[in-house]
Design a binder for this molecule. Structure first.
Ligand SMILES: [Zn+2]
Length: 711
């Protein structure tokens, strides 16, 4: 169901419109808008679109056409009004219905204990308090006003009493519904709080695009989001791909009178309702905790996992769940007494750039690495930072001796956000980019259109070492017990020159080295021996052929019986493979036509390293299994597994998972609280309806069967 209408119905009407776009007229506008809202919700909120981008655009264009013929019928909640380019974003101020309070911050479990003590005192509750813990998003706060289900206003936080009216910009946020079914609860006027925020992957893409266009990079997603919301041209806002995550209902008015408590008992209920009517709420990251001890444990856990969130978060917000208790707590002039923020450790710090070193990568790329005065950042001591490349250093005007702001985000190496030229003294000096390789002193080269300088010497000692480190790594030959320190040591001892030397290591000599015992040498020998039978895609990936990543290696391995064959292949044979472009084809062709590759392959063969395609190199195509050729759908809550696990089991058994009930559906597996899908399946009368137990029996019936593999 989407806002009271079955999803299937919306999809079907949409298809009808697509089949005969010329027959769609002004009378169809409400339905057409609803269908587009529905698809936006599937795409941006559920992350599970049920229509192609192309068809969405076609529906959108039908709407545009009718609206341009009948401009008097344009409504403020129409999807076309998300980008109101003709409207000026000259911000007026608007008064919030309820004060936009800030939260008290805490940094330590002791603060949370104090908070809990105060809550229990204010509410008079003897037992443990139920709290909801949510992420504290590092974006830009928004106030949202809905009247009669329609978004009528979006504002910044401003001074807490009034904020800037940025409605036209807010409307461009596609994960924010322009129409939401508040009337399902009898609410006619609702004020919400949310956060305008850019997802990490979108932010990275945004900066990559800006880099290509020669624009300044954004320091972080928060700045980019806050700036986007204040753009004069809403189109600019739209281009930054903001999301809006809604986390509070602050005002409700309707059939039961005024006050959120007249419609809901708990904050959890509110979030659930908001999610149901189409809002993006932080449900994946929310935890309900009984008592403050559970809260404190969760805070520690969440801080450790903070990088796993798709959005930047800088802490957690702890809220009393029961609204009656919230009311008893009340608020000071500045912040509510029923909520508190727990801040994570900072991820930005200021330090000094002491020196710049130049590292050589496995393909010869020269990367500048900044050495900084060690500083603690989010619990880790940082002494090296990435400086990307020469262009980056020049555009940011970074000099040795500068005070610099560094930041750590995700799993990536910490990097310099910017230098602070105002703090410069006479000792700073420019960073000089070398003209020759710092290791082998070969003059560096730069290909046209690339930002990177490279050492062109294949036998450059550092390139050899980096290639060997890559060869033994997890996604390549996966040799346990062999890592950077072992590779460097063995290379220094001149036991390693090329990849095949790994299979000729003198174990008796290794045993005599410091830090090696009988057991570790035996384990190493076993891991190296075991790698000889690896599928060939691992070897292909491990050889560090330019432009051949793991995915490409798998693709090529699926198409070749023996690696030796690649020595005879023409460029055309490579490009005939789907997903292999001309640049990759040229690169891999050249690699396999070098005399030294011939020597290497001969040596691998002599040493017993597998060069033949294995079962793991071939794509799995299931043509048998107890559910082969059948379609399946799960509905309701399953008892013994998650929906994803169930879908995987079904897939393994040869079934194809469908997303909705239709005449194409063969089997519906019904869990607890199954609703409309079950009804529809019964109406159709052609669907086999079974419960979870029966499904498990069906799958197990064929558990002994092995999937067939096709060449
Ligand atoms: Zn070199």
């Amino acid at each position: 169901m989407y806002q009271g209408v079955p999803e299937k119905q919306l999809i079907e009407i949409g298809n009808k419109f697509l089949a005969h776009p010329d027959r769609v007229g002004p009378d169809d506008l409400p339905a057409l808008r609803r269908i587009l809202h529905y698809h936006e919700w599937r795409y941006y909120v559920k992350n599970d679109p049920v229509i192609s981008d192309y068809d969405y655009d076609r529906l959108y264009k039908i709407l545009q056409r009718i609206e341009s013929e009948h401009p008097e019928l344009i409504t403020p909640d129409s999807p076309t009004q998300r980008i109101g380019s003709d409207l000026s974003a000259d911000f007026k101020t608007a008064r919030h219905l309820t004060p936009f309070l800030s939260l008290e911050n805490s940094y330590h479990p002791d603060d949370l204990n104090d908070f809990d003590r105060q809550v229990r005192k204010l509410t008079g509750e003897a037992g443990p308090i139920e709290y909801i813990v949510e992420p504290k998003f590092d974006g830009s706060s928004l106030g949202l006003l809905y009247e009669n289900n329609i978004l009528v206003r979006g504002t910044t936080r401003g001074n807490g009493i009034e904020g800037d009216d940025i409605t036209n910009n807010v409307k461009t946020i596609t994960s924010l519904p322009l129409r939401a079914h508040f009337s399902a609860k009898g609410i006619t006027k609702a004020e919400l709080r949310g956060e305008g925020i850019i997802r990490k992957d979108n932010f990275a893409q945004l900066n990559r695009d800006r880099e290509q266009q020669g624009l300044d990079l954004f320091a972080n997603a928060r700045n980019a989001a806050a700036g986007a919301l204040r753009m004069k041209d809403p189109k600019e806002t739209a281009a930054r791909k903001l999301d809006c995550i809604v986390y509070q209902l602050t005002f409700a008015e309707g059939q039961n009178g005024t006050g959120v408590r007249r419609y809901f008992d708990t904050h959890g209920e509110v979030l659930h309702f908001l999610s149901d009517i189409g809002f993006l709420v932080p449900h994946d990251f929310i935890k309900t905790c009984i008592g403050i001890r559970e809260v404190i444990a969760y805070c520690a856990d969440a801080e450790a996992r903070r990088e796993a969130y798709p959005y930047e978060i800088d802490g957690l917000v702890i809220k009393v769940n029961r609204l009656d208790l919230q009311e008893k707590c009340g608020a000071t002039a500045h912040h509510p007494r029923w909520a508190i923020a727990f801040k994570f450790k900072a991820k930005q710090a200021v330090t000094t750039l002491e020196d710049v070193q130049f590292q050589v990568g496995k393909l010869g790329a020269i990367t500048p690495v900044g050495k900084v005065t060690p500083v603690e950042l989010a619990g880790v001591t940082i002494s090296s930072v990435s400086l990307h490349n020469e262009d980056f250093i020049r555009s940011k005007d970074i000099r040795i001796g500068d005070r610099v702001i560094i930041e750590r985000a995700g799993e990536v190496i910490p990097y310099i956000v910017k230098s602070l030229p105002d703090l410069r003294d006479d000792h700073v000096r420019p960073i000089r980019f070398p003209s020759e390789c710092p290791v082998c002193h070969t003059p560096l080269v730069k290909k046209e259109g690339e930002a990177v300088w490279r050492c062109p010497n294949y036998d450059c000692p550092e390139q050899v070492v980096q290639r060997l480190i890559h060869f033994v790594s997890k996604d390549a030959m996966d040799i346990d017990g062999m890592g950077e320190s072992q590779v460097r040591k063995f290379y220094q001892l001149q036991w390693l020159h090329d990849f095949d030397d790994i299979y000729k290591l003198p174990y008796d000599k290794i045993r005599a080295l410091d830090g090696f015992g009988d057991k570790s040498v035996e384990n190493l020998r076993r891991a190296i021996e075991a790698s000889k039978t690896n599928p060939i895609y691992r070897l292909l990936f491990g050889l560090s052929i330019p432009h051949v990543g793991l995915k490409a290696a798998k693709t090529i391995a699926a198409h070749v019986g023996h690696l030796r064959e690649l020595q005879q292949w023409t460029i055309e044979q490579f490009t005939a493979i789907k997903d292999v472009g001309p640049i990759m084809a040229q690169s891999i062709h050249d690699f396999f036509h070098r005399p030294r590759t011939d020597r290497l392959l001969a040596s691998f063969e002599a040493l017993g390293v597998n060069l033949k395609q294995t079962d793991d190199d071939r794509p799995v195509v299931i043509s048998s299994g107890p559910l082969a050729g059948r379609t399946i759908l799960f509905t309701g809550t399953l008892q013994h597994m998650t929906r994803t696990e169930a879908q995987k089991l079904a897939e393994k058994a040869g079934a194809q998972n469908l997303s909705g009930v239709s005449k194409h559906l063969n089997i519906l597996v019904v869990g607890e609280k199954a609703g409309s899908k079950l009804r529809k399946a019964r109406e159709l009368g052609t669907v086999q309806i079974i419960d979870e137990q029966e499904f498990l029996k069906l799958v197990e019936a064929g558990a002994g069967d092995k999937p067939e593999r096709l060449r």
